[in-house]
Design a protein around this ligand. Structure first.
Ligand SMILES: Nc1ncnc2c1ncn2[C@@H]1O[C@H](COP(=O)(O)OP(=O)(O)OP(=O)(O)O)[C@@H](O)[C@H]1O
Ligand SMILES: [Mg+2]
Length: 489
């Protein structure tokens, strides 16, 4: 009896424990002396009591054993567990009901693993969908942005239309914020990966955030010898801002926000359920002293479009994109929360030995040129607008609406073409194959990759192969003009 892993117990008709093995005490995290004579109901969560009493009554009436699948208990140490219990009737010598006996199995870990797996699968499916939407949407925004820029360039600066055009540009900017969130949880939506110092990222982003939100106190505890990570700076910043905003919204009357970084090693056991690799990680935690998250909400917080906020405040994309971004970086994000006390989000990103390369920040200016560009995109809209923009910037432009067409043009004209702007995702031969083809014609071809979305990290692979630069749609004239100069100079 003492050697079996399952808990064995007997109850009298009132539901008091009369007999049990050591395993039961372990499962209930309750010492033997406190178990003896205690009523089983003291362990059961309120919302479960009626269900369990009904099952017990059934066993009593019919004499037939029954299973209780999700028996949620509060253990002796106040933690939650989920048990599976087989309950049957205990009879005395004259065959009258004398109580119950049962076997209890702890299913908490199994349930957690199942839930996590389900979550991962769900996010993957939605990620694919989101990526597709973001891609199409970015192309539309791109056309709106491009047309607006072109009209603005033609207007005199005192024109009354300038204000309206600027309004349109702000709408495009909000729209592309939204697609950025969508791309966050799209699979493979990770572009500009370079070594990042998370301490600095956190310092800057939290300063900026703190300046506008005086009602919360920000405390930072940043490890001085923090390892670097390889990440898309913009995306990680987006994750942090989402977490800050959530924390702030959870503390309407003000409160404390703790930001902490540390180096950690995660073992096989820990990473197993997250589809991550064991090894060195940089841990970032964001803790607030807000209202906390209830159990039922906790299960859904990473779902896209799940929100408890009213429409004007939340779209429910913040944590979904955070989740996707961290997953795309091979990292882990999880949450711990106590209602009424606060919430901690922990992020783990794989550590890297690569060093940071400092970059000067300059105020962007539109740069012109007089070289020749081959613009490849399957969207007519992008070709039209792109051609106009490039001509305005001083370039001579060839266009191709497919990879096949592009290779044909490049084979004929590669002496004249200085740079190729290549869309990642096209029907027919893909951006990647087109790139290969261009390289076969001229190994030194200069290529600027453009995309609204990259499927399964394709663009990353092309970049690794030696592509010269990447620009994310929707781009404006200034961004494009700078990227072109970067590649050409
Ligand atoms: N720090 C927190 N404290 C309490 N609840 C939180 C916290 N962070 C997230 N939540 C809960 O998780 C839900 C989902 O968060 P998420 O950031 O994904 O969406 P949102 O904040 O509602 O909307 P959006 O971020 O798109 O503006 C929130 O509506 C809120 O109920
Ligand atoms: Mg949010």
């Amino acid at each position: 009896m003492e050697s079996i892993e399952e808990g064995y117990f007997e109850l009298d008709l009132k539901g008091n424990f009369t007999f049990f093995n050591d395993s039961l005490c372990r499962i209930f995290a309750c010492p033997k002396d406190q178990m003896s004579g205690r009523n089983y109901q003291t362990f059961i969560r309120d919302e479960n009591r009626r269900k369990i009493r009904r099952i017990a009554l059934n066993v009593y009436k019919t004499g037939k054993p029954q299973k209780i699948i999700n028996c949620d208990i509060i253990r002796g140490d106040a933690k939650n567990s989920s048990l599976e219990i087989s309950l049957s009737l205990l009879r005395d010598a004259s065959d009258n009901p004398a109580g119950f006996r049962g076997i209890a199995r702890d299913n908490t870990e199994k349930k957690r693993l199942e839930a996590q797996l389900l979550q991962a699968q769900k996010m993957e499916a939605i990620g694919t969908l989101a990526g597709g939407i973001a891609h199409d949407f970015n192309n539309l925004l791109m056309a709106v942005q491009g047309n607006t820029s072109l009209i603005k360039m033609d207007l005199a600066s005192e024109s009354p239309h300038i204000k309206r055009l600027e309004h349109i540009e702000r709408c495009v900017a909000s729209g592309s914020e939204l697609t950025k969130q969508l791309l966050g949880f799209a699979r493979g939506g990770k572009y500009e990966v370079r070594p990042v110092d998370l301490n600095e990222l956190i310092r800057k982003s939290s300063d900026m955030f703190g300046n506008t939100k005086k009602e919360i106190q920000i405390h930072t505890k940043l490890n001085k010898d923090l390892w670097n990570v390889e990440a898309d700076h913009g995306q990680i910043e987006q994750v942090m801002l989402n977490l800050y905003v959530n924390a702030w919204q959870a503390m309407p009357a003000g409160g404390e926000l703790y930001l902490e970084t540390s180096n950690v090693s995660l073992d096989e056991q820990y990473v197993r359920t997250y589809e991550a690799n064991p090894g060195r990680y940089v841990k970032v935690s964001v803790t607030d002293t807000g209202k906390g998250i209830s159990r039922s909400v906790l299960q859904r917080i990473f779902d896209p479009f799940f929100t408890t906020k009213d429409k004007s405040r939340g779209s429910g994309l913040g944590l979904a994109s955070a989740y996707g971004i961290i997953r795309n970086h091979g990292g882990i994000i999880n949450v711990y929360s106590e209602e009424g006390k606060g919430t901690t989000f922990s992020i783990y990103l794989p550590a890297s030995d690569r060093h940071i390369v400092k970059e000067d920040s300059v105020i962007p200016q539109t740069l012109t040129g007089n070289e020749t560009v081959l613009l490849i995109d399957d969207e007519e809209m992008i070709i039209d607008i792109g051609t106009e923009i490039l001509k305005k910037l001083g370039y001579t432009v060839y266009t191709a609406e497919s990879g096949e067409q592009a290779l044909k043009i490049y084979a004929e004209k590669n002496d004249a073409i200085d740079i190729v702007i290549l869309d990642m995702i096209m029907p027919g031969i893909s951006g990647a194959e087109t790139y290969e083809g261009l390289r076969e014609i001229n190994n030194d071809v200069k290529v600027l990759l453009s995309s609204g979305y990259s499927l399964n990290g394709h663009s990353e692979k092309i970049l690794e192969k030696g592509c010269n630069g990447f620009i994310q749609k929707p781009f404006n004239i200034t961004d494009l003009s700078i990227k072109i100069r970067e590649v050409l100079n």
